[in-house]
Design a protein around this ligand. Structure first.
Ligand SMILES: Cc1cc2nc3c(=O)[nH]c(=O)nc-3n(C[C@H](O)[C@H](O)[C@H](O)COP(=O)(O)OP(=O)(O)OC[C@H]3O[C@@H](n4cnc5c(N)ncnc54)[C@H](O)[C@@H]3O)c2cc1C
Length: 378
């Protein structure tokens, strides 16, 4: 089995396969944990339930939202944590029993023979395996047809700086001074701050305003980290290859939260591949199951994308009052509870309810769409 990409999604797939005797090779252009790919914020329960809590750097029970016309602190119904990327990858890797090689993946290669194996071209030669996972991020390197490029693709862009410093609050800014459609953030992580700006519009360049936000916060502009961030769900399988994480558009629109979803979908894919290895299903059945699982979440991603499109259309003077209005405990508990359930922590009652949820999910989109359309009209 070949897993391309050794970050959240790829390691989550490999972790699920550990102990089953499968021969798994993971490749990445960098060493595991070498290059941080995000601000590393995640619901704390995900760290607990996956045995990764030792990577935690700071925990928050509220979210401070700033707008030009006022701010509001939301008391969260669950806590959110920042973590150390290198440490988390190390812990994930410890849970795997795969082999690892550094290699840059260039794309699909012509299969060598007719045994159904999939060939992948890398800078270290061609690799071939019957089961191949693309966990390489938004570029979706192993897709054959539907590759897309910024700025025309459904991609947001994000950039952050990582100055030394500390803070008490998880903060976001909805302020057109920083970005017309999107938000700025400051995520403290022990002795480091992660200050950045994300734009839903890929044409808006975020470097100048990331620097402006850091300057406004009196922080240094050092250690840049940025990337494109998908905001649309994509096909989970294509041409025999399985996709997980950003390569499948698993990052949530509106919040650009893509770590827990990469772990969530990566684990689901890993479970399907375990079944193939055990001889209880073939690749085509695993593909059908995983695609079905992926697609059952489509309406939630669509709903989030609509909300993402709605926020920039709210007149700035209404933002302050609206943020205050939506900050009632009842609404925050309700909305953040639903939000967490899009990819619930594995040990939670929510996850155990997932099977039942999926059945109900099939019936919910129409109601959710109706509510959102009403909100849009209002
Ligand atoms: C500035 C910024 C801040 C963010 N903050 C958060 C946050 O706080 N919380 C959150 O949940 N999400 C956040 N995100 C989104 C999050 O980073 C992604 O959704 C998440 O990293 C997706 O995980 P992944 O494993 O699919 O891909 P990635 O983490 O992008 O990993 C892809 C892996 O593939 C490797 N790779 C890529 N191309 C090749 C190639 N050709 N050959 C070999 N290897 C290759 C890379 O080296 C990397 O290891 C942020 C994104 C950005 C840009």
């Amino acid at each position: 089995m070949l897993i391309c990409g050794a970050s959240f999604a790829g390691l989550a797939v490999a972790r699920e396969l550990a102990g089953g005797g499968a021969d798994v090779l993971i490749v990445d252009r960098y060493e595991i944990g070498e290059r941080q790919t995000s601000a590393c914020g995640i619901p704390t329960a995900w760290l607990h339930d996956t045995g990764l809590i030792d990577a935690e750097r700071q925990r928050f029970d509220s979210l401070l939202i700033h707008t030009p016309h006022g701010e509001r602190r939301y008391r969260l119904p669950w806590t959110f944590s920042t973590f150390d990327y290198r440490e988390l990858c190390k812990l994930l890797w410890r849970q795997c029993d795969a082999r690892f090689e550094t290699a840059k993946v260039n794309g699909r290669a012509a299969p060598a023979n007719g045994d159904g194996a999939i060939a992948v071209e890398t800078d270290r030669g061609t690799l071939s395996a019957p089961l191949v996972v693309d966990a390489l991020g938004w570029r979706r390197v192993l897709a054959s047809g539907d590759g897309y490029q910024p700025p025309d693709a459904p991609l947001s862009r994000g950039l952050e700086v990582h100055p030394d410093g500390s803070g008490e609050d998880l903060e976001i800014w909805i302020d057109r001074r920083y970005v017309p459609a999107g938000y700025g953030w400051s995520f403290p992580a022990g002795d480091e701050l992660r200050i950045g700006v994300g734009s839903f519009d890929p044409r808006f360049h975020v470097r100048a305003t990331t620097e402006l936000l850091a300057e406004d916060l009196g922080s240094e502009r050092v250690r840049y980290q940025g990337n494109w961030i998908p905001h649309k769900l994509r096909r989970a399988t294509e041409g025999g290859v399985f996709f997980a994480g950003d390569s499948a558009g698993h990052c949530l629109p509106l919040t650009a939260e893509g770590i827990r979803t990469a772990l969530y979908f990566g684990s689901a894919l890993g479970r399907e591949l375990c079944e193939v290895h055990a001889g209880r299903q073939d690749r085509a059945q695993a593909a059908a199951n995983y695609a079905g699982f992926n697609d059952s979440h489509e309406w939630k991603f669509r709903w989030m994308l609509r909300a993402q499109r709605l926020v920039p259309r709210i007149p700035p003077r209404l933002l302050g009052p609206l943020i205050r209005l939506l900050g009632s405990k009842r609404f925050v508990d309700w909305s953040f509870g639903h939000y967490l359930r899009i990819a619930p922590p594995p040990g939670s009652a929510h996850e155990q309810e997932r099977a039942g949820d999926q059945q109900r999910d099939a019936e919910r989109p129409i109601e959710a769409d109706r509510r959102l359309l009403e909100a849009e009209k209002a």
